[in-house]
Design a protein. Structure first.
Lengths: 370, 370
DNA sequence: GAAGGTCTTGTAAACGTTTGCATCTCGGGA
DNA sequence: TCCCGAGATGCAAACGTTTACAAGACCTTC
């Protein structure tokens, strides 16, 4: 029998009387040793019972477990992880989580990993290399067993070094940090979108997108450029704006591009936030879509459908991407051996609605291309 | 001087030659004891140096810190927390994070707490009592130092018990779990919205909202009811729908309410997801707003502005709520003594746009109220 | 009746930190 | 010369677990 340790809170051996029904309302949290003392067992046995080890006699295990719930025992993961080298946290590092792509993914990942008893640590980089580094350090210190990351455009070397120790999955963007990644095929989608506009007969295209320092931004731009080139055309610099992905920036850029003298007959937008801004600007300027100009936006298709006219949209498969990354990370955290997924690349889709049509004025003025 | 422990990875005392520039590319993570060995110091001194304790001589501290970065030392928070009883995690438990209210808050909280070196653990309840309990258990096990929670409608007694040990802040909803909470004054906003419709001369109102088992859903409904009552009117049961907050449900409910024979002249919607569904239904049914019917929706004002006509909207102060809860939680985690904020209740705002107008047909048919 | 299992339990050493206390060194004052 | 205090460092005990190993109990088999 195990001797009573330190200062046994209840009396000595016999069933305590002084504290008749203590449900451990509060006070110090109950630890394994408390349970062990109360049951005259060793902490080893209690630990085993709580972990459903087969080594402990069923009736003993039952007694332990019942006492555990009665006393409201809650295990200390910190101690457990420290001793057993099991990691119970997964990091999730993205520029922000208001973006639907990331919020859906965060949701899915948190839900998924919870099933295997893991937890998601949410970290926000704001696309700032400094904050990103700080977040990574923090995550590493928390001993995360895996990391989902949408790398910022100018990730520091120090950050990359930190990443080496961790098993990471890149999400939505890639910066060559890992074999594993979940992306969507933005390039193909923008090729398709551009083709759609060219087929309608548009000669002068404008593009508003995000910086090409980040992989998906670059891909979208490249898609447009490549498909134009295919027809011997080019994207004019003065009809191109690469901006931070905020609604405000989208608004301003659209306003600028659309109030000048030679307005493009079609516009492509490469980010959902920018798209909202553009939609606002188009409305404020009184531009009729698609008569005055065709418009293709990017993002989830929910609000675009409600716009008048309903917007032709490049929709990223957010839900599928979320499922995919959740799958990968939950696999990555349980059986570390078999690595099924390398790079997953899901197709983005061009949903043609009412905002694209052949240009009204037969041809663009004098300038021969764009 | 401290004797070299266990198996010193480098040679004995003199500057090592065999491994000239080892930057600890990988291998076992470096621990305090490794630094101590390499510098012939005790782990106590190294620990103190890393924690900027004044007790250690500046030049020694400098040597330690420089070696730490050279070797890529990353502290183990688990061990640190275990020993020092400092908590480095904050829990964030909400039904989902796709809802803008929660995603903005998650973002703000994660960013804020990071400044004091804490981290946010994201947990999703899906408004399910079972998942919620499981999440809470998990969070408690992770030894969170604080918890932000939007309680599910039917939180279990077991969950409430778990909460007792933690310092919690209720967010967006309350279920009497804590003194601290940040809410928005939905009741007042819906009183105002209802008043707006009544003043326009509407006699027959419909309301589509979420369950009243959750505090904010209840408040919205109560606001409508109270203001109607003030004019001696009532919200008819057949013109009221309380539903799960999904776009789909909103669509269906609106479809149902609006395709019947006596259509309400005005409709109030009490959730952002429901609002989107309603907007879709209205469009699909070819109902002209505000001529055929006035419409007030709920949520962030971004997409409502883009609808035609721009929608009169009850906007919750998401950003302010997020800031507020982030403030509270970061205070709660650092100086545990002074508790400044109890219940913070921010005003929601009624933004009147183009979707509300006096009813066209002079009066509703025969039925005298609603 | 000894030998060798199979179960069940206990002992104690980890895991990587922090920190109370003891120890050592040094310089100054009596 | 001795003592004392301050400043810097080391020793070792925590923190709450898990787990290798030992050990006891009991049964089977020869």
């Amino acid at each position: 029998m195990a001797a009573s340790r330190t200062s046994s809170p209840s009396g000595s051996g016999e069933p305590d009387i002084a504290e008749p029904m203590r449900a451990d309302g509060d006070g110090a949290p109950v630890r394994i040793v408390d349970l062990a003392d109360e049951l005259d067992l060793s902490i080893a046995t209690v630990s085993r019972a709580l972990n459903n080890s087969a080594a402990v006699r069923p009736e003993v295990a039952e007694r332990v477990r019942s006492l555990a719930v009665r006393r409201g025992y809650v295990a200390n993961r910190l101690a457990r992880s420290l001793r057993s080298h099991t990691r119970s946290f997964i990091g999730f590092l993205v520029p922000d989580v208001e973006n639907l792509a990331y919020s859906i993914a965060a949701d899915a990942c948190a839900t998924y990993v919870a099933r295997s008893g893991h937890q998601l640590i949410l970290a926000i980089s704001g696309d700032d290399a400094g904050l990103e580094l700080q977040a990574l350090r923090s995550l590493a210190e928390a001993q995360v067993g895996g990391l989902i990351v949408a790398p910022s455009p100018d990730m520091s070397a120090e950050s990359r070094r930190l990443l080496r120790g961790l098993s990471v999955v890149e999400f939505n963007r890639t910066a060559g940090l890992s074999e594993d990644m979940v992306l969507c095929d933005d390039r193909a989608a923008f090729v398709e979108a551009t083709r759609h506009l060219l087929d309608l007969g548009h000669q002068s295209l404008a593009y508003i997108g995000t910086t090409d320092a980040v992989s998906n931004g670059r891909e979208r731009l490249e898609g447009v450029r490549a498909e134009l080139r295919r027809d011997g055309k080019r994207l004019l610099k003065r009809r191109t704006r690469l901006l931070p992905p905020t609604e405000r920036d989208g608004y301003r850029a659209a306003h600028e591009l659309l109030s000048g003298p030679d307005r493009p007959t079609a516009m492509l937008v490469g980010s959902s936030n920018l798209s909202m801004g553009v939609a606002h600007a188009v409305r404020d300027l009184g531009i009729t879509v698609p008569d005055d100009m065709s418009l293709i936006v990017y993002g989830d298709s929910r609000w675009g459908q409600l716009y008048s006219p309903a917007l032709t949209t490049v929709t990223a498969p957010y839900a599928a991407m979320a499922r995919s990354v959740a799958d990968i990370v939950s696999g990555l955290v349980s059986h570390d051996d078999e690595r099924p997924a390398g790079a997953v690349r899901l197709p983005a889709e061009l949903v043609v609605r009412a905002s694209t049509a052949p240009p009204k004025q037969a041809a663009a003025p004098q300038n021969r291309s764009t």
